[in-house]
Design a protein around this ligand. Structure first.
Ligand code: AMP
Length: 566
């Protein structure tokens, strides 16, 4: 196993960009999708989708090794998904930026045929044959492919980009996408939320004043955002979603139907290996897509298995009506999220002027029907669900630095807070807080001669810190040793408009700035955590000196030393 292979750069055999091209100021708008990715660039004020060398407008977000160990990216990799699923990495967008040891990753890895392995402290590696790629590396290969298409198209070296991410991505996931951009040699000017990008493509330079809702149901995730548009200001009022709801869940319902249908026809259970599972998934997606245009679809899977020494064929049929019924709860779930997001924005369905559908799964006709019934109006036509996000990102990129610059006012998708001594989660920034924003907390030393204070930040909505996403451990140093409780600091957490977090600290007594360092990105064991009370202490008198030394915090310090020495 080539574990020692560098996972923070492009694999050596990735095709290099053409040499000697003149540098360009063009900015790519990149929609790095779960199943497909798309790149657009603004030319003569209009966003234009840049096709691949084969003339395709989207590129599969897939990377693979073939049976000779050759690296395949995009369309080439997609071709072998069916025959070599265990060596084909797809859906990287669902794993990127997550911690390996998390419930989400455990649940997610059941969806995929390739192996998910730990990499370093917490990262996820995708194992294909004898190689392990990091998730940012997988995404970087896709980004590089898109960039090369653009460079060849314009005969110029284009390296700037605005990349879109689901609005519901955590800070860690956003950071991982930036890292993917860096690996691909791309200067990521901005990370933009997909619904915001879609709204831009829809509303930029159109003179109106209205509230719109972007309903984005893609391959793996569902995002909803409500925005207010006025004079090229795009203000997100609320956002929400479900990172476990997307096209694959619709496919999975058909897979389950096929398994039960096989059992009914053959009186035996279909024993699935990875190839059979992939064939079922593939057939299910095809049937699903067919049912977007037809009332009935046939499933034909010759030689699906060998039973009692004989090859077995399998045929079945599915009607649109039955498919709608077996997925009704999924569609209803999307509408529940719309209600939550409207509530958060203090709006009713009738307050929404336009509903924009984004994401391939919204082509399923029942979705437009249900959305129309819910909002009392048909979704807006004329925006291409596969291309609108890349086009919006390109428009954003083009506007950066120009006089007619677009103003995006975004919100924080999920609450950010700290871990309390009892393990509880204290919210500093609630979900849907308008960005940029800042919050100051007061912390004090809890034992004598303490020379560092740690703050543990998490993101999510659970009342228990550990059930949320760990964002990082920050250590504040630079103050003199003193008796317990005497050192009191104000720690300021600032989120910029892209929700990038900055932590600064000063002493409460003199205002002297302190040194703040992020020391851990991986979750720290609870017993390693030195628990700092995170209630604002700013108005409380200093605690009285105490000579008892506590041992709290030793674990974390040894952890930090270990990190530093690695
Ligand atoms: P995206 O992440 O936006 O590329 O969306 C991909 C998802 O859209 C996949 O689950 C596809 O199966 C699904 N999809 C694409 N075309 C259709 C269609 N015509 N009808 C239903 N689902 C579709």
């Amino acid at each position: 196993m080539q574990d020692a292979m560098k996972t923070n750069e492009l694999p050596p055999e990735v095709e290099a960009l053409p040499e000697g091209l003149p540098a360009s100021d063009l900015v790519m708008g990149i929609d790095l999708g779960t199943t497909y990715s798309c790149v657009a660039v603004v030319e003569d004020d209009f966003p234009k989708v840049i096709p691949s060398r084969k003339g395709l407008r989207t590129t599969p977000s897939i990377v693979a090794l073939d049976d000779k160990g050759r690296l395949l990216i995009g369309e080439e990799a997609r071709k072998q998904l069916l025959i070599n699923p265990t060596n084909t990495v797809y859906g990287a967008k669902r794993f990127i930026g997550r911690h390996f040891y998390s419930d989400e990753v455990e649940t997610l890895s059941r969806y995929f045929s390739y192996s998910i392995v730990p990499l370093g402290e917490m990262e996820i590696g995708a194992q294909v044959a004898d190689r392990v790629f990091s998730l940012p590396q997988v995404s970087a290969m896709i980004l590089n492919e898109l960039r090369r298409n653009v460079c060849e198209y314009f005969k110029a070296d284009v390296n700037k980009a605005v990349i879109s991410v689901p609005a519901y991505y955590t800070e860690n996931q956003r950071q991982a996408v930036r890292e993917a951009g860096e690996i691909a040699g791309i200067d990521v000017l901005r990370i933009i939320n997909e619904p915001t990008a879609a709204a831009l493509a829809y509303g930029l330079n159109k003179e109106f004043d209205s509230k719109i809702l972007v309903y984005d149901l893609g391959g793996g995730t569902f995002d909803v955002s409500v925005l207010e548009l006025f004079e090229n200001v795009f203000k997100v009022l609320a956002t929400g979603g479900d990172t476990f709801l997307g096209g694959v869940d619709f496919d999975e319902r058909i897979v389950q139907y096929l398994l039960s249908e096989y059992e009914r026809q053959e009186n035996e259970i279909l024993q699935c290996d990875s190839v059979i599972t992939q064939r079922l998934k593939d057939a299910s997606e095809k049937v699903k897509i067919e049912l977007s245009n037809k009332n009935t679809a046939q499933i034909d899977l010759p030689y699906i298995t060998i039973s009692k020494g004989k090859f077995k064929d399998f045929q079945a049929e599915l009607t649109k009506e039955d498919f709608n019924e077996m997925t009704m709860d999924l569609v209803d779930r999307t509408l529940e999220v719309c209600v939550e997001v409207l509530d958060a924005a203090g709006l009713q369905p009738e307050d929404i002027e336009s509903v924009i559908l984004v994401g391939g799964q919204t082509r399923m006709p029942i979705i437009a029907e249900k959305v129309s019934a819910f909002f009392g109006k048909a979704p807006t036509k004329g925006v291409h669900p596969d291309e609108v996000v890349a086009c919006g990102a390109a428009l954003m990129g083009n506007s950066l630095g120009s006089e007619s610059s677009v103003r995006l006012i975004d919100v924080l998708p999920m609450s950010i807070g700290g871990r309390q001594p009892d393990g509880g989660f204290k919210v500093f920034f609630p979900a849907n807080k308008t960005l940029p924003t800042e919050h100051e907390i007061g912390v004090a030393t809890t034992h004598n001669s303490q020379d560092a204070i740690e703050v543990f930040l998490y993101q999510g909505e659970s009342g228990r810190a550990v059930d949320n996403e760990f964002l990082g451990a920050f250590v504040v140093t630079g103050f003199d040793k003193a008796p317990k409780g005497q050192t009191r600091l104000a720690v300021k957490l600032s989120l910029d408009q892209e929700s990038i977090l900055e932590v600064t600290a000063r002493t409460l007594s003199t205002g002297q700035p302190m040194h703040v360092q992020m020391v851990a990105k991986a979750p720290v064991q609870p017993e390693d955590i030195e628990l700092q009370p995170l209630d604002p202490l700013l108005d409380q008198p200093p605690a009285s000196p105490d000579t008892t030394e506590t041992k709290a915090g030793k674990g974390l310090r040894s952890f930090i030393r270990r990190m530093a020495s690695e």
